[in-house]
Design a binder for this molecule. Structure first.
Ligand code: DGP
Length: 117
């Protein structure tokens, strides 16, 4: 049997995390190394390694966005937030697909100011 990803261990409550949401398809919890005042990871229960591993017609893709919007409202950041998804071995730290929801800044954070490197 292959080893579980860290996010599967969180899903299965084998390691702790601060959960913000869960349903039968996804879980959402606070990022351990927040890059913004609010930083939540939205993660399919099924451990697809990357977005490219999800079947193109799988509705989980839409569900990730719907949960992100819902959480943005619940966490009070719906006026300004950023969604990011790293895709691929060179850019993902955790090889279990996840959507980052970031927000809560007190100053403007235009995407053009994101680091290019
Ligand atoms: P990415 O680079 O897109 O694969 O982002 C992985 C994120 O996962 C990164 O922002 C830190 C977060 N992370 C890694 N390990 C843990 C953990 O054990 N618990 C939580 N809550 N977050 C983690």
């Amino acid at each position: 049997m292959s080893e579980k990803t860290i996010f599967e261990q969180i899903r299965d409550h084998e390691i702790p995390a601060t959960f913000e949401y869960e349903d039968d398809q996804v879980i959402a919890f606070r990022d351990a190394h927040p890059a913004a005042p609010v930083h939540v990871l939205i993660v399919p229960r099924h451990a697809y390694p990357t977005l490219e591993d999800i079947p193109a017609d799988d509705p989980i893709q839409l569900h990730l966005l719907q949960v992100a919007r819902q959480l943005a409202h619940r966490l009070g950041i719906e006026k300004n937030y950023r969604l990011t998804m790293n895709v691929g071995r060179q850019v993902q730290e955790v090889h279990h697909v996840h959507l980052h929801l970031l927000g809560g800044w007190s100053q403007p954070r235009h995407a053009g100011k994101m680091a290019a490197a």
